[in-house]
Design a protein around this ligand. Structure first.
Ligand code: M6R
Length: 386
């Protein structure tokens, strides 16, 4: 059921606020929460009025020692899930001070990787059936690593192969282009990093509480971003001519740039490259001319000034610029051809907002081009072949 939307992809984009509420329910307890997320004590099954400003994950509670004694985390995934993994690395390193590697499952499994029994391998998958991710965790398991799943499909092959984990709980995703699964994966990774960091004592108490409050506010902020849908539809019309696109971001938003480029490629068949913005001058800037639109993810966080310089470099070469910016930004609009505002938030949560316009842009460009957005050519929802 498309719920009145013309495509599953658009429905799933618009479902994200409620999907993330479902994902956080029973896990995130914010003191200012006015309902729908009552503190829940898993041992009694009753709401626990004493739990406030906390993240409760049974996977962390029950595997505390194993997770905290890990010398290293290795994240394995494919496609969009791998992009979520890149943000997961930043989150776990920042809040838990545990080194994290991120690998394509298909590279990891064929590379004879060094895996220690003290490693924790996190598999991220929407379908839970991706052949390479499944094979990667089987290999890691044989070598004694603990396997932690972040999976959407309950009871799927990857979920069954893991030792512990968190279900994403965003409901079935039908559109081939992953949207709500990505923001759900990010939410799970944020919850995991917060719960683990708090248990380990590596997160500052104020930062912990601030993150809890801000994460609790994210679904409503996504609703704000979704209000730009019509503007983005009109913007999309301008870009159907493009045969190439560059997506650029830094820090927390660098994986968002990769994800935006992947969305555009897979459903609109426009070649798009995602790059860390600072890498542009090491090669890709040679591509920039007036036929190469560049999308900058430029929210008001660390690296903002630098990304403005990158934008000026593109502008000087005639490139068309679309920018995703924080609310009330008055610098970027002086340079960019079009800006899309997202509400302000804490830097580690920025991807949850900045990715939404990129999903909508890819969707509307594909629709304008008359393409089948829910079932793009050559792609399957679950990649069960190796
Ligand atoms: O089901 P998974 O999360 O394991 O799938 C991984 C990729 O195949 C998937 O994310 C793919 O890249 C999407 N079509 C991207 O939108």
């Amino acid at each position: 059921d498309k719920g009145g939307f013309p495509h599953y992809m658009l429905k799933e984009i618009f479902d994200q606020p409620n999907c993330l509420r479902d994902c956080m329910r029973g896990r995130l307890f914010a003191e200012d929460d006015m309902g729908g997320n009552d503190a829940y004590d898993p041992s009694t099954g009753y709401a626990d009025p004493n739990v406030h400003n906390d993240v409760v994950l049974s996977a962390v509670r029950n595997n505390r020692d194993r997770l905290l004694s890990a010398s290293r985390f290795i994240i394995v995934a494919c496609g969009t899930s791998w992009h979520a993994g890149l943000i997961g690395k930043q989150l776990i390193e920042h809040y838990c001070k545990i080194p994290v590697e991120v690998d394509y499952a298909s590279e990891f499994r064929y590379r004879d990787p060094v895996i220690y029994p003290t490693d924790v391998v996190i598999a991220i998958s929407q379908s839970g059936e991706t052949a390479d991710t499944l094979a990667a965790i089987k290999l890691a398991k044989e070598k004694g690593a603990c396997i932690f799943g972040i999976v959407n499909a309950v009871g799927s092959s990857i979920a069954r192969e893991t030792d512990t984990g968190i279900y994403i709980h965003v409901g079935p995703e039908i559109g081939v282009a992953s949207t709500k699964a990505f923001t759900g994966q990010l939410t799970c990774l944020i919850l995991l990093a917060l719960a683990l960091g708090h248990t380990k004592g590596t997160i500052d108490e104020k930062e912990y509480v601030d993150m809890i409050h801000e994460l609790n506010a994210i679904p409503a902020k996504i609703e704000e971003v979704l209000k730009h849908n019509e503007d983005i539809r009109l913007l999309a019309r301008t870009y159907t001519y493009a045969t190439n696109f560059l997506y650029l971001g830094r820090g927390w938003n660098y994986p968002v740039a990769l994800e935006g480029a992947l969305k555009l490629k897979e459903i609109s068949y426009i070649h798009a490259e995602g790059y860390p913005a600072a890498e542009m001058k090491h090669g890709p800037i040679a591509l920039v001319d007036n036929m190469m639109p560049c999308l900058f993810v430029a929210t008001h966080h660390k690296g903002y000034e630098k990304i403005i310089s990158n934008m000026q470099e593109v502008k000087a070469r005639g490139g068309r610029i679309i920018a995703v910016v924080s609310a009330n930004d008055d610098e970027v609009s002086k340079i960019a051809d079009a800006v899309i505002e997202v509400p302000d938030t804490l830097a580690p949560l920025a991807p949850l907002l900045s990715v939404i316009p990129l999903q909508m842009l890819a969707y509307h460009i594909a629709v304008e081009k008359g393409l089948n957005v829910d079932m793009p050519r050559n792609l399957a929802k679950s990649v069960t072949v190796e």
